[in-house]
Design a protein around this ligand. Structure first.
Ligand SMILES: [Ca+2]
Ligand SMILES: [Ca+2]
Length: 302
């Protein structure tokens, strides 16, 4: 009988806890015996209560730990995703920038090619000699030929005042005559006389190149300036040069600001010579000009 009561009591334990006030660790449990007579069992639940409390506390703590772990793992996932997104963003930005740059370059090249083609079809171009260089640096310019600057010998003697006064740019692949000359007119290679063109320019032989600017109708050398006027394209700039006042005449030419030299031409030949030209005040108004300074020059096309 007592055993049954204990079993019923334990079975109804949960109900009893909710329905019966807990006083001093004792729990009153309503029971029925086999005659259906109402009985009341009093159980000492103090120790069970402690175990339940401990159980609940442990369960809550475990649950809390689980929640914390879940939260931490979610934070980790969010941080990882965030870092990944930032990396992807950087990569995308970089790729877009490269793509834009490549596209711009390709479009620029294409437009330049088209401009050259259209101008070539129209037959529009202008030419000029670049003195002191063997290459053409202007946009849409091409080398027609390169070679050697040349002119009359700087001095024959006090009774010799003639000969040519202009300069020529001779190609490096001449087609030679098989007949002799007259002995009265000659042409000599040009030499930089002095180090005013460049620190090591003295005695160096002077190259030149004929350039063709394919999208222009005019090419002009502007003395006294180092940049072109608005709407004109710069081909090259430099300093003005000519022969010496005590020598045979030679034209003013624009020698490139960064001259190069004919290979193997360092020997002092003193044939046709170039000197840096300076301006003189007088009939030439100063300002805007200035006495005894070098003269800038620029070759422009349009
Ligand atoms: Ca020389
Ligand atoms: Ca010399």
């Amino acid at each position: 009988m007592m055993f049954k009561i204990l079993i019923y009591g334990l079975t109804l334990f949960g109900i009893a806890l909710t329905n019966t006030p807990n006083t001093g660790g004792n729990v009153e449990v309503r029971l029925l015996d086999n005659q259906n007579a109402p009985l009341v069992a009093t159980l000492d639940m103090s120790k069970a209560d402690e175990r339940v409390k401990q159980f609940v506390s442990d369960a809550i703590e475990a649950k809390m730990q689980h929640i914390e772990e879940t939260m931490r793992s979610k934070e980790f996932v969010i941080e990882t995703l965030d870092a990944k997104m930032k990396t992807l963003e950087r990569i995308m930005k970089s790729q877009i920038t490269n793509f834009e740059r490549n596209l711009t370059n390709q479009l620029t090249d294409y437009i330049n090619e088209m401009v050259v083609k259209v101008d070539e079809e129209n037959g529009m171009s202008s030419t000029y000699i670049r003195w002191g260089r063997s290459d053409c640096s202007g946009v849409n310019t091409e080398i027609v030929f390169s070679g050697y600057a040349a002119g009359e010998k700087y001095f024959w003697g006090s009774n010799y005042r003639g000969g040519a006064s202009n300069m020529l740019c001779l190609p490096n692949n001449p087609e030679l005559s098989d007949k002799g000359g007259s002995g009265s007119s000659f042409i000599f290679g040009t030499e930089f006389q002095g180090n005013e063109f460049a620190p090591d320019s003295n005695n160096e032989d002077v190259p030149c190149v004929l350039c063709r600017s394919s999208n222009t109708a005019s090419s002009v050398m502007i003395p006294g300036r180092k940049s072109c006027y608005a709407g004109w394209k710069e081909e090259y700039n430099g300093i003005l040069a000519a022969s010496a006042k005590s020598h045979t005449p030679s034209p003013y030419i624009c020698v490139d600001i960064n001259p190069t030299y004919v290979k193997g031409g360092k020997r002092n030949n003193d044939e046709h010579l170039l000197y840096v030209t300076a301006m003189k005040c007088g009939s030439l108004p100063c300002p805007p000009y200035k006495d005894n300074v070098q003269v800038n020059c620029v070759v422009c096309s349009k």
